[in-house]
Design a protein around this ligand. Structure first.
Ligand SMILES: [Cu+2]
Length: 137
């Protein structure tokens, strides 16, 4: 009986640690990571994917070595080509977070479909751009 109680206590401890970790970081899931020569760009959100309607997300810049990268002025625009009509374009509203290289964004999509996402940056660490596909499901 003593052993059983010890096992239950241990399980409780592990569970408690798990919940603590979740509260700290697990609310954001990576949607996409894009590497360029100078920067690694990571797109994250609470929903783990973009959906039709309004989306909130986080955009993070790090150096190839994994250090936070102050990307300065950042833009994110999206385009989807559709047969027989002009490309559908949507831009994100971005604002710097308190952490260097971290930006909070919102973007609105009228429909599903894969977007070509273009991110540009211009700051102390240099300027650049990257384009990569992200599905809206
Ligand atoms: Cu469309």
């Amino acid at each position: 009986m003593k052993r059983l109680i010890a096992v239950i206590a241990l399980a409780g401890g592990v569970l408690g640690a798990g919940i603590g970790t979740t509260a700290w970081s697990a609310e954001l899931t990576t949607i996409e990571t894009q590497k360029t020569k100078d920067a690694v760009i990571t797109l994250k959100s609470e929903t783990a994917q973009w959906k039709p309607g309004k989306n909130t997300f986080v955009l993070e810049f790090t150096s190839p070595a994994g250090q936070p990268l102050d990307a300065g002025k950042v833009t994110l625009s999206t385009s989807m080509s559709m047969p027989g009509m002009a490309p559908m374009v949507a831009g994100a509203t971005l604002s710097p977070d308190k952490v260097p290289g971290r930006y909070l964004g919102t973007i609105d999509f009228p429909d599903r479909g894969t977007r070509q996402v273009t991110v540009t940056w211009d700051g102390p660490a240099g300027k650049g751009s990257a384009t990569f596909p992200v599905p809206v499901r």
